[in-house]
Design a protein around this ligand. Structure first.
Ligand code: CIR
Length: 262
């Protein structure tokens, strides 16, 4: 099946990014740009068609496009990002998505970052975080209910988004950092633990049958290999200094017209 990957280029102002849990370190923009291009090339090599949304130099965190929308087969929810500096990022993303999906746009007082939403089938696990509030979870729940999705709030600590602490590696398996989120939040799912020495290793992007993964987590990667997953790694260490990882840098969707029956 064809997959589109919406991406957005690294802003020259990335060094002014939001930071919550990490200390500010110098970011080599040229290197970040190069790593992002390698990431896009990897997505292409896995069969995705990369669609670059317009650059947004005025938004330091624009490269982390995942936070601006939650894209499902039936609709896309345009979020109201939790960080005020990121709210304007959604406009161009909504323009890009309107060709493919019916849109639902979140409104105040809701806030939600796409990085807090882990989808497994018709279940959306939604991190309750500094970025995603209860009103955001409620608006998401109401928007998706008619399509048969449920939204389950998940508490976690220690990192920015739920997807930093847990992501799905297949339809029923969660890769998880149990120091940050309790496995009980994913009751009924199979749990795979990251290597304790690689706390940021729980963020994996599924592209078809492959897993796109940061190259800085060799121990967790070996575990995934041993479980038979097809893992393709990319160096995203420069973007990691801005508190981003592999899922943050794209919005994946199967192409279809808004309103087309799934
Ligand atoms: C932020 O704080 O919003 C950005 N510096 C990092 C966002 C990373 N996004 C994600 O994990 N989905």
């Amino acid at each position: 099946m064809m997959i589109f990957a919406l991406t957005r280029s690294v802003s020259p102002s990335l060094a002014d990014c939001e930071l919550t849990h990490l200390a500010r370190e110098p970011i080599d923009i040229a290197k970040a740009v190069e790593q992002h291009a390698t990431y896009e090339a990897l997505l292409r090599s896995l069969g995705a068609k990369v669609i670059q949304t317009p650059a947004a130099p005025e938004f330091p965190d624009a490269v982390f496009i995942e936070d601006t929308a939650v894209v499902l087969d039936e609709l896309a929810i345009i979020t109201r990002p939790g960080a005020e500096s990121r709210r304007g990022e959604v406009i161009d993303v909504a323009h890009a998505l309107v060709d493919y999906r019916r849109l639902f746009t979140m409104t105040a007082p809701a806030t939600l970052d796409g990085g807090d939403v882990v989808r497994m089938g018709r279940t959306l696990y939604v991190g309750r975080s500094g970025r995603t509030n209860d009103a955001g979870i409620a608006q998401l729940r109401d928007a998706v209910a008619e399509y048969g999705y449920s939204a389950i709030p998940v508490d976690f600590t220690g990192c920015l988004h739920l997807k930093t602490a847990a992501t799905a590696v297949d339809d029923n398996t969660v890769l998880l950092n149990r120091a940050w989120v309790s496995p009980s939040a994913f009751e009924g799912r199979t749990i795979l633990d990251i290597a304790a020495s690689e706390p940021f290793g729980a963020n994996v992007l599924r592209v078809g049958d492959a897993l796109v993964y940061g190259s800085q987590f060799p121990h967790t990667r070996a575990m995934l290999d041993a479980h038979g997953f097809s893992v393709a790694t990319v160096d995203c260490t420069e973007l990691a200094k801005a508190e981003g990882a592999v899922t943050c840098c794209s919005l994946l969707l199967s192409p279809r017209l808004p309103g087309e029956t799934v």
